[in-house]
Unconditional design. Sequence first.
Length: 324
Amino acid sequence: MRATFRLISLLLLLSLLAACQYQTTLPGRSEAPIYKPPQVQTSTPSPTATPEPINYIQTGSPLQVSAGMYSFEPVTVWDESGVPLAINIKDTRVTLSNAEESLFFSLASEPAPSGSTSQVCLDTILQRMVADISDIDYSEPAPLATQAGTGLQVQLQAKVFSQTSIGALQVIQANQRCFSLLGLATSEDSSSLWEVSGAPIMSRLQESVRFLEASQLMYCDVAKDASYGYSPENPIRTGNINLYDGRTRQETYLLTLRGPNYEEVFFTRLSPEFNELGMIVDPYRIEYAGIPQAVVLYFDMNSFESLFAPQGFTCEAAFPISAP
């Protein structure tokens, strides 16, 4: 009886424990993090554009070539190095080239035969080039229109120092002169060098060319006295207070002097002599291409007067000799 009572008591206890069970709950929480960074779209930076070679080209102030009666703007920058093309001026011709001499340009002007046309000028220049450059080919002439005038252009290909040269020649007849602009690229890949740099540089040079009238030239006045310079009694007075640079001043004058058609002058200093007034004068023998006979010009290094060109002569520019 007692055992039965214990069993019933145990069953009642188990029943009460089962009735008291409950689900425990945890504090509620969000799955979202406490801090959420702002959403930013990541952008891929655009690559910096590499300038085209043609965009590097810059030119300087106009340079006047009085002997050739034209002006142009020299190329001061042509590639990323910023190094200008080297320039050389001699008489009526100007040459430009890069340091490696793989790019070469020439501007030149010469008197045109009477009644000449651009075609006549082109034929004359091409004949000289064929004689000077072996294995040269050129295209049929094409019309050329520029700000300076109309002319003709041919494409060139030649062998220079065992390498192929690619380029062009432009010719314009203006002011009774034959003007030419030549450009050549010579390298292992001449075609690419010409297309990328040579042709754009030549185009920029051509755009800057202007032909000058006589009134626009920087020339000196010609003496009204026919004896000026030709007579020991009427010498060219280039003198200074100090005589140490007397000869330099005389030859600076002669380096600026030009023949009647702007020909380069060649001179030889002769022995000093006395004139009728007892003054020492310095004679120079003067020649230039086409002169019928050499002439003698006389200089006085002891005195100075305003400088002129003797009759029959011109000058490349105003004489760069200052008064003492």
